[in-house]
Write a protein that binds this ligand. Structure first.
Ligand code: PMP
Length: 314
């Protein structure tokens, strides 16, 4: 299935993909005014399960609010819309893409922020890096992650993605899979669409929010699962050079899930194979997303349960 094939929820209605159209002369297309989320659903025992749906919807509202855009729906309505789309798609696993953007009005960089529209796409997910199982090749980008006084990385804005996109494209064109961006101080920030972890002296280290990252929902899950597994964790600034000497380097994000970095800047990481910390976390993560970890059953949502609780919600 193509991204344009699935059903689309647009401003309160489910429409066929071909009817999900907006006028090109809108300020979001021209100036990048928008907020979005990426959400995955996975096969559960009795149907698809959406991973951390409420957390993603909450972050969508926070991002929109940070941009001054008021979403003309409640969080419950967006949650219900996501559930309805999953059901309508008939897919057992896939990806949801809520997008908040502006309708055409005055064409100005000082956009009219009360003209907010919401679309949610849903499609089958073929895998971000289909060959990632054996580990991926990553480079530290020459592009620096935008800082808190530029485009705060904690806001998942559409316009803000040009910064990590430039880094990823540079990496992919150069034969690597992904890029890690440093922050304004030259320390590790994050990958183009994932958070970074390094195993340093047996501790799973990841940069804290203040280092200029999107504090990922998968990152939070990984830190929690590491605690469960008895792997020591620490949020602290991470120097670039530590990635070279770390026993393992991992990336985690909704699209990428949890992957091992086996080459960094053309050099091997650890013994150039996915390591034991990765193995333990990846297997716990796979169980969590499919609802097989009783301690974290609340991380997954069955669309039918949402729709039963809110019948007739748009
Ligand atoms: N950082 C960036 C820049 C991202 O785009 C993403 C993906 N949303 C992440 C980190 C990971 O966030 P999450 O786990 O919530 O998907």
């Amino acid at each position: 299935m193509n991204v344009t094939d699935g059903p689309v929820w647009l401003d309160g209605r489910l429409v066929d993909s071909g009817d999900a159209v907006v006028h090109l002369m809108n300020p979001s297309t021209h100036y990048g005014w928008g907020a979005y989320e990426g959400i995955r659903f996975y096969p559960g025992r009795s149907g698809p399960l959406v991973f951390r749906l409420r957390e993603h919807v909450n972050r969508l509202f926070t991002s929109a609010q940070a941009l001054g855009m008021r979403i003309p729906f409640t969080g419950r309505e967006i949650v219900a819309a996501c559930a309805e789309l999953v059901e309508r798609s008939g897919l057992s696993s896939g990806y949801l893409r809520p997008l908040v953007f502006l309708r055409p009005g005055v064409m100005s960089v000082a956009a009219q922020l009360d003209q907010v529209q919401v679309a949610i796409g849903c499609w089958e997910w073929a895998g971000y890096l289909p060959e990632a199982g054996g580990g991926i090749r990553v480079r530290v980008s020459g592009w620096v992650r935008s800082g808190p006084a530029q485009l705060p990385p904690s806001v998942k804005s559409t316009g803000g993605y040009l910064n990590p996109s430039l880094a990823r494209l540079e990496a992919v064109r150069g034969g690597d899979h992904e890029a890690i961006l440093l922050n304004q101080a030259g320390r590790v920030a994050e990958a183009s669409a994932a958070n970074v972890f390094a195993v340093v002296d047996g501790t799973l280290v990841t940069p804290p929010a203040e280092e200029g990252i999107l504090p990922g929902i998968t990152r939070d899950a990984v830190l929690t699962l590491a605690d469960d597994l008895g792997i020591p964790t620490r949020e602290r600034p991470l120097a670039r050079i530590e990635l070279r000497t770390a026993a393992e380097v991992l990336l985690a994000g909704t699209a990428m899930e949890v992957v091992a970095v086996t080459r960094l800047d053309g050099m091997p990481v650890g013994d150039e194979r996915p390591g034991p910390v990765f193995g333990a976390l990846r297997s716990a993560f796979d169980q969590a997303v499919s609802g097989r970890l009783p301690a974290h059953r609340d991380w997954v949502t069955a669309p039918a349960d949402v729709l039963e609780a809110a019948p007739g919600a748009p």
